[in-house]
Design a protein. Structure first.
Length: 289
């Protein structure tokens, strides 16, 4: 049993911190900017809520963060009252936010100055994956830090991998988002075409999902897409944040991502339709407008 702090009890963090307490059996202290959520978490799982990230992290062996973007992450780690003010030497900071590889490297260096380890550990699997404790976790870290943290991360994960040096976890998550963007647009176009052709989409997907066109998105999203329901997962505002990080990184490493850049614009169109909180499969709504 380890002493663990968890900062950021959003859609993802709330259940992840719960698994650390219940499944992992760890002694968990949480912090959330909106204090009522931290109180609700402590009530539900029987842990402790702290008034600042620094207070939550004091004496912890492992500190997890899962907030919105790079700036949010800086404010709860290296900012005033952030966890790096109090983390003890030998402790490990594990960040589950989807953020840039640059901020991961920056925090690795800031942590190292204090004798603290840092792992960028973005996740995939969505709200359901977090609630069921079956997330995929992509890590960038020093091997020794990874080896110490992996059994703790396992509390909310089905697959945990060390992808390389600090930053490599975020780069892997970027590849994940690149693959999803083009794929969902293809699926949206397929369903749109099928409807125009007057085919029974359920029947079509039942057959083609077993062939070379099959995918997780097809299996899990075709039914709700066909019904025009778009509140089943990852919000477009978050996806655009992620694709912005991807396109910035591609500008610096020279990768060509024409389809990803186009789909990012398509998501912009869906936001303009009022779809900021719709899930990523709502690319179909844009075609049917
Ligand atoms: N949702 C998904 O399906 C999913 C899947 C994979 C990865 N992710 C990534 O995981 C991260 C969290 O996603 P989420 O869906 O859990 O988001 P969310 O529900 O919006 O929660 C965000 C959390 O971060 C906190 N926060 C944001 N800015 C902060 C700041 N400046 N200072 C302190 N706390 C701050 C929020 O506190 P308040 O409660 O006070 O607002 C909240 O606890 C994001 O990077 C997202 O891209 C999400």
């Amino acid at each position: 049993m380890a002493k663990v702090a968890f900062i950021g009890l959003g859609v993802m963090g709330f259940p992840m911190a719960g698994h650390l307490k219940v499944k992992g059996g760890h002694d968990v202290t949480v912090y959330n900017r909106t204090a009522s959520k931290a109180a609700a978490w402590a009530e539900k799982f029987g842990g402790t809520a702290a008034p600042t990230p620094a207070e939550a992290a004091r004496d912890a062996d492992f500190v997890f963060t899962c907030v919105g973007n790079d700036d949010d992450l800086r404010s709860v780690t290296s900012g005033k009252g952030g966890v790096l003010e109090t983390m003890k030497s030998g402790a490990i900071l594990i960040d589950n936010t989807t953020a840039s590889a640059d901020v991961a490297r920056e925090l690795y260096a800031a942590a190292k100055e204090k004798g603290v380890g840092f792992i960028d550990a973005p996740v995939s699997g969505g709200q359901a994956g977090a609630e069921n404790g079956v997330l995929t976790v992509m890590c960038g870290a020093d091997q020794a830090d990874y080896d110490m943290a992996k059994p703790v991360i396992d509390s909310f994960a089905r697959m945990v991998g060390l992808m390389g040096a600090p930053g490599a976890g975020q780069l892997t998550k970027m590849i994940n988002q690149i693959c999803i963007a083009g794929l969902v647009q293809g699926l949206a176009e397929g369903i749109h075409f099928g409807k125009r052709a007057g085919l029974d989409i359920e029947k079509v997907i039942e057959v083609i999902s077993k062939g070379a066109a099959g995918s997780w998105q097809m299996e899990n999203r075709h039914k709700t897409m066909n019904e025009g329901k778009y509140d089943f997962g990852f919000a477009i505002d978050w996806m655009r944040k992620d694709l912005g990080i991807v396109l910035d990184e591609a500008r610096s490493n020279g990768a060509k991502l024409p389809v990803t850049a186009l789909v990012d614009q398509f998501y912009g169109d869906v936001q303009a339709m009022g779809g900021n909180r719709w899930d990523t499969s709502s690319l179909l709504a844009r075609l049917e407008k």
